[in-house]
Each structure stands twice: as structure tokens, then as C-alpha cells.
Design a protein around this ligand. Structure first.
Ligand code: ADP
Ligand code: ZN
Ligand code: ZN
Length: 721
């Protein structure tokens, strides 16, 4: 007889004990179905032991109902789930949910039925049907997936199936993925690249935990170098996971991967259809998928045979998950490497101060690529002092940058204007009465999107049609846009260079991998002269004919005033600069700023990253901020403002007296005091690095109770402090 302890996918419950019925075989990691009350839940066996019947004793113990016909969740993943739950103070079941795809584990059918348009126009073409067919286009998916893209009900889609405008297609979800070939097209590495690659190959061969920082300037060939480690893993029959910060980056990555290894890797991100997700999960869990490229959630997938983890653009803030389980994928990747006993490569041209510190402490090995590959040189960085040389009234591009764009166009080369603000203008106000358009759900202005004729909130997505009259004083023609967004810069570009072919690149325009691929193709074919973009264009792209970068407002990121502001600004501008002059033609970067003498601007201009990092690190040491001290934020939120405030105060009052090791600050209104209709208060816990702050938080918060209306979330290692 045996008993098993099962971690159930139930948000509020920890592991529970069940009886293993006679004839059923389970082991730690087995994926099972268990009853809780009248309902059934999926779960994973955490411990299983054979016991004499009398010791099982408890006859209230209920039976495990079924075992999935799927590979077990491997031990390193179970340890990772426990570690993540402990470290980030999250329910283990919420972490487990990222590893377990129940539909993939339990449905053993080798096919799934999807639907697609046949091209036939139905006789009765209602507006809804027309909308559905137009939006669906060539897409394929489950009825509910198509309904979602088309923004219609499932019934509309089913109606279209009935009249033959949409047809079922059977998709095989067990088709094997092609095998990447490690010697398909290896590059010839330059000596520095070859040294780094050989160290990485050895590390893969050693099958031991070893974190690396692959620190190479933009265009130095970091991808080519870590591909050598990937090749070594494939040759050794080991699986590799490559994490990318942004789904828009996967498409260019797939192309490069295919050139090097002869086929696509397996992709894992939130844009996958159910059928793709099921196929990928099974191939990963069975060990058949050799290389996966994925977003941060891929980190918890049950690879049985992981031999290498790469975190590309490891400095990116999108690796930090800000809801649900608040984890940092870069840090969890290193932990996974530890449990898997495999190397972890963090690749970046602008590593986070935290990562550099790990190198200084000797925990991570640094591999440096200080120069660009081939004939490409680092771009020249030229400041434009906006006080000395301001743009014309109502314009944002200063004269020296206008001149540089003129010249770039004349040479037939491409320019990129960078402004990290979507939409047309960040604020709209009435010049008659001063009314400002604010989001009803958030402490944020409504941003005008002129292309869509809408105002929308970038925090909650609340959207309204662009108003014509002031809702306050009812004046007409008194609403004015304040400040620039990328659309406004694109307007200015169109006015200055009517002949130039322009593209706006933001998450509004590049919302899918296919859109990103289309943009890349147009850039490569020279169909675009000037790109105006947000941080989305700063990442990973390689356009040899792009020689000019203009940073419209270099001071933008410095506003917040938190301790990360300079680091973030430095990283962002270095990254966008990195897009200039990546081929044989040299690049130039113009930085428009009101503070050309600020240390971060000086570091960018002189290219002296080392002194900048040293100064920033000292500032962190003085403030006892990460990577020296540590922070945890307690976010108390509720739709009821008074309830949130009261709970936050109660938590503050009960803070344990620890002395020098830990201090609690606040509560104060959180940086976004209202978000998605919830009022938010924040307590900031500051502690010594060596202090077990999680244990204290668990005991402290665990001893308190609050109203159902209030949510309390802990963010360990918050991004801003
Ligand atoms: P990074 O990731 O460091 O910015 P990439 O890996 O994108 O740099 O390399 C920049 C460009 O140089 C890419 O087009 C890449 O294919 C090319 N490149 C780098 N190293 C080599 C090499 N050894 N042989 C051929 N091309 C290379
Ligand atoms: Zn008004
Ligand atoms: Zn909002």
C-alpha cells in the first residue's frame, strides 16, 4: 500500500496526502488527478512512499483518481518550484502551474481540430460575420481562439462553420520537431570569439553548474558565440533553453538559428495557439525538443535533460515578472542551472549592476568581447545640448539632428529616431479651462493615439474615442496635445522629409512575431528610410545600412529619480546606439539632452562604461541598496481606498523590531497609487543581504488577517526602490 503527497494546482492549498490505489503506479513527479471536495484537480506527486497498510491508517485519505500518460516532472524542476515559492513568497501551486500544462499532459490524442477560413463568402453576410472573416484572414485555431482574434462570440464562428465559410483542419500535435544540426553552418570565429566559445563548449561538456556573463559590446557576435555552446549541447544530446526578453525578438532569432543549425528551434511564448503549445510542451517534456527559445515562462518547463541555459539581453527589465508570482527570470535561470548542474550564460552589452557584482565576487565567470565583429566600429556618440540648440517651436528634432538625417538620406542610408513613448502625446489638456484627461482606473494620463483616434491608458488599457470638445467646459477646438510620442515625431519627420519612407515601431505596430518579421524584411530590403520607435527597436536587431540614431529625449528615463534611473538610461541609450553602424559603414548617434554634463551622459559620450559602473556601484554601496542590501516591497491594494490604507497601516504597525538587520518604511501610496481600479499602498522592507528577510516576512504576514477586499502581494527584489 502506498501514500503520496501531492502538490495540487489549487491556488490556496499546499501539498495534500492521498492514497495510491492498488495497481496504480506513481513516483515523485507523476502528474495526477486528485479530488478536493466534489471537484477534481491536477497535481504532481511530491513524495511517494510505500507504507504498511496500518501506517496509512487514516481512512479519510482519498484515492488518487488517475495518472497522466506523460513523463514525470523531473526532480530539478520540483526543487526549482520549491525554491521559487520560498524565495518569492508565492504559493508553490502558482509556480507549479508554470511548469505543468495540464491540457498537454492529460489529453493523449495525437491530434487536435482547428478551424480556418475557406475563402467562401457566406450568403448571409452579417456585419459580425464580415468582421470575423476579415480579422481571421489566414489564421487558424480553435473556435474560441478565432472568436478572440475576431472579437465575436463563439456562436458567430460556429455559424460560419455551418455555412462552410470556415472549415475544420486536423492538426497533428505529435509531429516530431526537426533535429538541429550542430555542424550545419558554423561561422569562422575571430580569436576573441573563439576563446570565449571554447570556454563555453568546455563548460557544456563538464555538465556542472557554472554561470557566465558574456559581456560583449553590441555587434560583437555574442549570439554567434553562445550558438557554439548550443552546438556543443546538441552534439552531447542535451537540451538547451534560450530565454529572450520579448516575443517580438523570437522571429529574427528563429531566422538566425535556422541559418546556423538548418532548422527552427521550438518556440515557447504567450502567442502560441493551443495546438502549438501542446506539441511544444510534449516535445520538451519527452526530451525530444533539443533547443527551445522562449519567453520567461519557459524557465519552468519540465526538460528532462537540460544541458544549457542562455539568457539573452540579460539586463532587460521584462525578465522581471510584475504580477502573479513576482520572479526575476534572470535569477531563477541561474537557480535552475544550479539544480540541473549545467552552465548558464547571461549575454548582454549592458549587464545589470547586480550581474557585474556577481562577477566581482567571483561567482560568475566573465567572458568579454570588447570590439565589434569584422569591420564594424563602435558608433560615435554626439551630444546635442537642447538649451544651446533647441528645436524650432512646436518641434522636437533639433537642427544638428535634422542636418544629420538630411545627410543620411542623401547617402541612401537608414536612420532611427528613438523615443520611449507610444502614441502621439502623453498628455492632452484643454487650454481654455485646464482640464486634463486622466484614466479613471489609474494614476496616469490618457495618452493620445492619433492613428487610432483614441485616448488610452498605458497601464490598464482603458480606451475612449478621441474627444472633440472639452468634457469640462464644453469648448470646441481648445484641446491641445502636450509633449511628444513617437507618432508626433513621425508627423514631424513627414513634414520635414515628405519623400522619406517612414515606419513607426512600437508594441502597437509590432504586436506579433509576423509583424516583426515583416518589419525586418522591409528594413533589409531598404524599403524604409527612417524608423521612429520605442524601446522595442533597441533590441537585438541587426541592420547594416542603419547608420544614424537620434535619441529624442535622453533625459526621459532620469525623471523617476529612483536609484536605478541612471543605470536604466545608460542601458537604454547604449542599446539603441548599438543599432547604428553594425555593418561596414560607420554609425553616429545623436543624443538630445538638457543635461550633457550629467555623469550618465558623459559616460555615454566618452564611452567610459567602466567608470560609470564603478560610480553607480559606489552609490549603491553608500545607500546599502542592491546588490549590497536588499529590498522587498509589500503592496497592499483594494478597490476600497480606505480598506487598503487601513490594512497597510495595520501591517506597518505590526512590523517586527529587528534592529540593524531590517527596517520597514511606509506605508505610503505606491508609485502608481491607483492601478486598474485598485488603490495601492506600499511598505518597503530594507534588509542586510545576509538576513533571511523571507522568513521574517512569512512569520509577520502569516500572523495577520485582513479583509477579503484587500490583496497583499510581496515583491522580493523589486525593480524600483
Ligand atoms: P551581438 O549579439 O553581440 O550584438 P551579433 O551576434 O548579433 O552581435 O553579431 C553581429 C553581426 O555580426 C551579426 O550579423 C552576426 O551574424 C555577425 N557576426 C558576428 N560574428 C561573426 C562571425 N564569427 N562570422 C560571421 N558573422 C559574424
Ligand atoms: Zn475645457
Ligand atoms: Zn488606466
Amino acid at each position: 500500500m502506498s501514500r503520496a503527497r501531492v502538490l495540487v494546482l489549487h491556488p490556496a492549498l499546499g501539498p495534500l496526502d492521498y492514497r495510491v490505489p492498488a495497481g496504480m503506479r506513481v513516483a515523485p513527479g507523476s502528474i495526477v488527478v486528485v479530488p478536493i471536495g466534489p471537484r477534481q484537480y491536477a497535481g504532481v506527486v511530491w513524495e511517494a512512499e510505500r507504507l504498511p497498510t496500518e501506517e496509512i491508517g487514516d481512512n479519510r485519505l482519498r484515492n488518487i483518481m488517475a495518472v497522466a500518460d506523460a513523463p514525470p516532472i523531473p526532480a530539478p524542476v520540483r526543487r526549482l518550484v520549491e525554491w521559487t515559492a520560498d524565495y518569492y513568497l508565492s504559493p508553490p501551486s502558482a509556480v507549479l502551474a508554470m511548469a505543468l500544462r495540464t491540457s498537454a499532459a492529460f489529453e493523449s490524442a495525437p491530434t487536435i481540430t482547428e478551424y480556418r477560413a475557406t475563402g467562401q463568402v457566406p450568403e448571409r453576410l452579417t456585419p459580425q460575420r464580415a468582421q470575423a472573416l476579415e480579422r481571421i484572414g489566414e489564421r487558424q485555431g480553435l473556435v474560441k481562439e478565432l472568436a478572440l482574434v475576431a472579437d465575436v462570440s463563439d456562436a458567430v464562428i460556429r455559424g460560419l462553420v455551418k455555412v462552410g465559410a470556415i472549415e475544420p483542419v486536423v492538426v497533428d500535435t505529435d509531429t516530431p520537431y526537426p533535429m538541429p544540426d550542430p555542424s550545419f553552418a558554423p561561422p569562422e570565429l575571430n580569436p576573441l570569439q573563439a576563446d570565449a566559445a571554447s570556454i563555453l563548449r568546455q563548460a557544456v561538456g563538464a555538465e556542472a553548474f557554472q554561470p557566465f556573463l558574456l559581456d560583449g559590446v553590441t555587434g560583437s557576435g555574442k549570439t554567434e558565440v553562445y550558438f557554439e555552446a548550443v552546438a556543443a549541447a546538441i552534439a552531447a544530446g542535451k537540451q538547451t533553453l534560450v530565454l529572450l526578453p520579448e516575443i517580438a525578438l523570437t522571429e529574427p532569432f528563429l531566422t538566425r538559428f535556422e541559418k546556423r543549425f538548418g532548422c527552427d528551434p521550438v518556440a515557447w511564448h504567450s502567442g502560441l495557439r493551443t495546438s502549438q503549445r501542446r506539441r511544444a510542451w510534449r516535445a520538451i517534456a519527452s526530451g525530444e525538443a533539443m533547443v527551445t527559445v522562449g519567453a520567461r515562462s519557459a524557465l519552468f518547463l519540465p526538460y528532462p535533460n537540460l544541458g544549457l541555459i542562455v539568457v539573452d539581453e540579460a539586463h532587460e527589465t521584462s525578465f522581471k515578472q510584475e504580477d502573479g508570482v513576482h520572479y526575476h527570470a534572470r535569477d531563477v535561470a541561474v537557480m535552475r542551472g544550479r539544480f540541473e548542474e549545467c552552465p548558464v550564460i547571461l549575454a548582454s552589452a549592458t549587464p545589470a549592476i547586480e550581474t557585474r557584482h556577481q562577477v566581482e565576487l567571483g561567482r560568475y565567470e566573465e567572458l568579454k568581447l570588447p570590439g565589434r565583429y569584422g569591420l564594424a566600429e563602435m558608433p560615435e556618440i554626439v551630444p546635442i545640448d537642447l538649451i544651446q540648440e533647441p528645436p524650432e517651436r512646436g518641434r522636437w528634432i533639433a537642427p544638428p539632428l535634422v542636418k544629420a538625417i538630411d545627410e543620411t538620406l542623401a547617402r541612401g542610408e537608414q536612420s532611427l529616431l528613438f523615443l520611449n513613448r507610444r502614441g502621439y502625446a502623453p498628455l492632452t489638456l484643454c487650454r481654455h479651462c485646464g482640464h486634463r484627461f486622466q484614466c479613471p482606473n489609474c494614476t496616469a494620463w490618457m495618452v493620445e493615439h492619433r492613428l487610432l483616434r483614441r485616448l488610452s491608458c498605458h497601464h490598464c488599457g482603458h480606451t475612449v474615442p478621441a474627444p472633440e470638445i472639452c468634457p469640462e467646459c464644453k469648448s470646441e477646438d481648445t484641446l491641445v496635445a502636450c509633449g511628444p510620442g513617437v507618432e508626433r515625431i513621425a508627423d514631424e519627420v513627414a513634414a520635414l522629409w515628405p519623400e522619406a519612407r517612414t515606419a513607426i515601431v512600437t508594441s502597437d505596430t509590432l504586436w506579433s512575431p509576423a509583424k516583426a518579421a515583416e518589419f525586418v524584411a522591409r528594413m533589409e530590403h531598404g524599403a524604409i528610410d527612417i524608423v521612429v520607435g520605442t524601446q522595442l527597436v533597441t533590441k537585438g536587431y541587426h541592420f547594416p545600412n542603419l547608420t544614424l540614431v537620434g535619441v529624442i529625449d535622453a533625459d526621459l528615463g532620469l525623471d523617476g529619480g529612483d536609484l536605478r534611473a541612471s543605470e536604466r538610461t545608460f542601458q537604454q541609450i547604449m542599446q539603441v546606439s548599438g543599432r547604428a553602424g553594425r555593418g561596414e559603414k560607420p554609425g553616429t548617434v545623436y543624443i538630445q539632452t538638457h543635461a550633457p554634463d550629467a555623469p550618465v551622459m558623459q559616460a555615454l559620450i566618452t564611452g567610459d562604461a567602466e567608470s560609470f559602473y564603478a560610480a553607480e556601484t559606489e552609490a549603491r554601496r553608500d545607500a546599502d541598496a542592491p546588490p549590497f542590501g536588499r529590498y522587498a516591497a509589500i503592496i497592499v491594494s483594494s478597490e476600497d481606498r480606505a480598506a487598503a490604507e487601513e490594512t497597510a497601516r495595520m501591517i506597518g504597525r505590526t512590523a517586527p523590531e529587528i534592529g540593524e538587520d531590517m527596517h520597514v518604511y511606509g506605508p505610503a501610496p505606491a508609485p502608481l497609487a491607483m492601478l486598474r481600479g485598485r488603490h495601492r499602498y506600499r511598505l518597503l522592507v530594507h534588509a542586510r543581504r545576509s538576513f533571511d528577510v523571507q522568513q521574517v516576512l512569512r512569520d509577520w504576514l502569516g500572523s495577520l488577517a485582513w479583509s477579503q477586499k484587500v490583496r497583499v502581494a510581496v515583491d522580493v527584489d523589486p525593480y524600483s526602490f
